[in-house]
Design a protein around this ligand. Sequence first.
Ligand code: GDP
Ligand code: MG
Length: 209
Amino acid sequence: MSEGSSHQPKVEANVLVLGAESVGKSALTVRFLTRRFIGEYGDTESIYTHIETVDGREICFSIWDSVYPQNPSLQGWVSEEQLRWADGFILVYSICDRDSFNVVRQQLQRIRQLKRRSGAERAPVVIVGNKRDLQHGRAVASEEGRLLALSADAGFFETSAAETYHGSLVVFHQLLESVRDCRSTGKKAVGLKGIVRSMSAVFGRRRIE
Ligand code: GDP
Ligand code: MG
């Protein structure tokens, strides 16, 4: 078999990382990109590109590490530009910060509202309870995160960006899987619509004849 024939098409996914301030959005993103935890990340917003090959298939992630707005009137804010750009969403809270869990709830609601308005059936989402290493300060039970994810048809993980690389890897790969599932069901739906359309075209023509 030649090298070219085993080459599978490239997959591209735009991933938006959301959540309140200081929950570890940048730590989780940088862990995935570099395998490292560097401790301090500043508060700049960045879009990174990351390419890897999985089973001979090239995966190209664009990752938007967002900054949560300071203005209290923008609680739970996700901009329309961000929503249009993203194929999937990683919503991060800190298990030690109940307010940050509420922010995830609000952002989830906003994503659903705006996606529904644009006619999308579902949005691929993974919810992450970060800072799992700080058990003594836990303010959000694992079950609460799991239940929220269940109600939103989202993935759920508790991680520690400080302690492991593997946790961040699993989060990004699970989201990629949801994005691909969502694309293939989307295509099936279009396919079905196409069949209905061509059948009605046939029947329509008959009626005219
Ligand atoms: P962001 O504002 O959501 O991007 O948060 P950062 O990634 O900048 O992290 C905020 C602070 O939390 C930094 O001091 C990080 O070192 C720390 N941090 C991030 N993830 C973890 C974690 O899993 N465990 C602990 N203990 N600290 C973390
Ligand atoms: Mg940050």
